[in-house]
Design a protein around this ligand. Structure first.
Ligand code: AMP
Length: 170
């Protein structure tokens, strides 16, 4: 199955000039969903992973499903102010202004081997901040996976040194 055929391009969303890669068309396709999950699972199994960290919000979908399939726990990284208990935070630059992501302080412990999952790698700012956030804990980042890598934006350069996989590249 060609998974890229299930991704819908939506032009000028959320702002003019952006081609948004819409994964909802993949999510609603039962075979597409299960094949995507199976591919992520094959990359991640036998790696001693103990926690999946998913990035708000589309990283929660396959991140959560993958955690269940691997039989490990799921930890959300969320935008500032959404997590109720004590957090640690990381602020990163956007084209205009900054953004902050957070993780619960007690979500990861030493000995945790982490897989970080998000739907899409663009400029790499979000995943770089997520890596910095997790490096502030005692956990180890074992693998980073994306459904989609927009390779022309070179986001991969911001996460050099980590094992990175993506299922679809543009
Ligand atoms: P970046 O920090 O630039 O790598 O952006 C990654 C985050 O923004 C991911 O969480 C994506 O969900 C979202 N994103 C950025 N560009 C797009 C796009 N063209 N289509 C869909 N999502 C995008």
């Amino acid at each position: 199955m060609e998974l890229d055929k299930l991704i819908r391009d939506v032009e000028n969303f959320p702002i003019k000039g952006i081609v948004f890669k819409d994964i909802t068309t993949l999510l609603k396709d039962a075979d597409g969903f299960s094949e995507t999950l199976e591919k992520l699972y094959r990359l991640a199994k036998d790696r001693g992973i103990t926690k999946i960290v998913g990035i708000e919000s589309r990283g929660f979908i396959f991140g959560g499903a993958l955690a269940a399939k691997l039989g490990v726990g799921f930890v959300p990284v969320r935008k500032k102010g959404k997590l109720p208990a004590e957090t640690i935070a990381e602020t990163y630059d956007l084209e205009y202004g900054t953004d902050t992501i957070e993780i619960h302080k007690d979500a990861l412990t030493s000995g945790d081997k982490v897989l970080i999952h998000d739907d899409l790698l663009a400029t790499g700012g979000t995943i770089q901040a997520a890596c910095k956030l997790i490096e502030k804990t005692d956990a180890e980042i074992v693998q980073i996976s994306f459904l989609i890598n927009l390779t022309f934006l070179n986001g991969i350069e911001r996460i050099e040194g980590y094992e990175v996989h993506s299922l679809i590249e543009y």
